[in-house]
Design a protein. Sequence first.
Length: 289
Amino acid sequence: MPLISMTGFGQADDGNGLVVEVRTVNHRHLDVACRLPKAWAGLEAEVKAEVARHVRRGRVELSVRLDTGAEGAGMRVDEAQAARYLAVAEGLAHKTGLERVLDLSTLLTLPGVVVPDDAPPDPDASRERVLGGVTGALTAAAAMRRDEGAALEKEIRERAALVREGVARIEARRPEAVRQAGERLRERVAALCAGVSVDAGRLAQEVAVLAERGDVTEELTRLASHLDQFTRNLDAAEAVGRTLDFLLVEMNREANTIGAKCQDVGIAADVVVLKGEIEKLREQVQNVE
């Protein structure tokens, strides 16, 4: 499955003024923020559930609005709300035998009768309309996130290959580095003990200890194993961003240990390059879902 970026934008417009916009950015967990018209505030839980069906990780900012345009801006009468007030007045007049005195001017002053143009005309009947717009905007954002994810994956695979090449160079250099370290020790001992008999067996033992201290076989093995897991996870079907980030932390730890244990100039240079590539990988992986 291709990698998916956590950065994206999507918009849906139903052609009748309902506009839904979705913006997604990177975040450690799924964090959803909704801005809904007051009359549709009761749909927030369903909207968030719909988001969770499309997005597994990231910060999601979603807004729903009724866009009537400048020419339609102003106020309108909610006829359904006015009819409810009239029905209540009629019922009360019938029960009490009193004359109904609810005239037009009074009716227009009652809450919810005169409303802004961008207020939903009938919240209950608009549920499917709203959720359909949310799905449409999320689908559009998903397409953008997949496109960016494909670009991310290309760069990540290229940099992972550079890390693998760096590990191979260190592995190839390691035997010669051990040999040179032993040779340098012998030369220093010879210089310090000029004219003095040196126990060859003891010297060989010290060289062996030096070689063991500088042995990075285990670190290279773990680093290669982490790298294998990293590349396998690039093909996983689930969200892998956090797993990839964890593996890169471990790879950087092994690289640091190799740099600390090896005194070879060539390996030290390779470790610097290796750590640079791992850090660049981490920057890219931060945006993978």
